[in-house]
Design a protein around this ligand. Structure first.
Ligand SMILES: [Zn+2]
Length: 141
């Protein structure tokens, strides 16, 4: 997960906290950072998910509430994957194994959600599974 910065150096992914419109503090957002010139770039795979989440928060937050703090990795599987992969506890595990464990975990939860007839939860879990599927496809091509 690296790319080349316009300055020629290597950009690496880091999880950053982003403050949005002074209202939302969003933690664990994957951002490419260049150690040489300091350029930051949002990891493009999470752009759609991030925009959707911010729109939803804006709707929830119409009546000027105090600042909310949210972890992006609770809403985005890629951010979760990156935070797991950068956790020393998981350094020895290949990303593919982390992905497979997460898929199994989500499938187990989906079974629970379905047996409880919890449609909202099932939909949320399916959405997370499709985020992983999208990523796996793009990583293979
Ligand atoms: Zn640079």
């Amino acid at each position: 997960m690296e790319k080349t910065c316009p300055c020629g150096e290597t950009m690496r992914i880091q999880l950053r906290t982003i403050v949005y419109q002074d209202q939302v503090e969003l933690e664990d957002v994957p951002v490419y950072t260049c150690g040489s010139c300091g350029r930051n770039e949002l990891y493009s795979e999470v752009k759609t998910s991030l925009t959707g989440l911010l729109e939803k928060l804006e709707m929830d937050n119409k009546q000027k509430q105090p600042k909310v703090k949210i972890s992006f990795s609770e809403h985005n599987e890629l951010a979760l994957l990156i935070s797991k992969a950068s956790d020393p506890e998981h350094w020895n595990e290949p990303v593919q194994a982390l992905l497979e464990n997460r898929i199994n975990e989500l499938l187990d939860l989906l079974l629970v959600a379905q047996s409880l007839n919890d449609d909202a939860w099932s939909a949320e879990l399916r959405d997370k599974l499709s985020q992983i599927a999208d990523y796996s496809r793009s990583a293979l091509t």
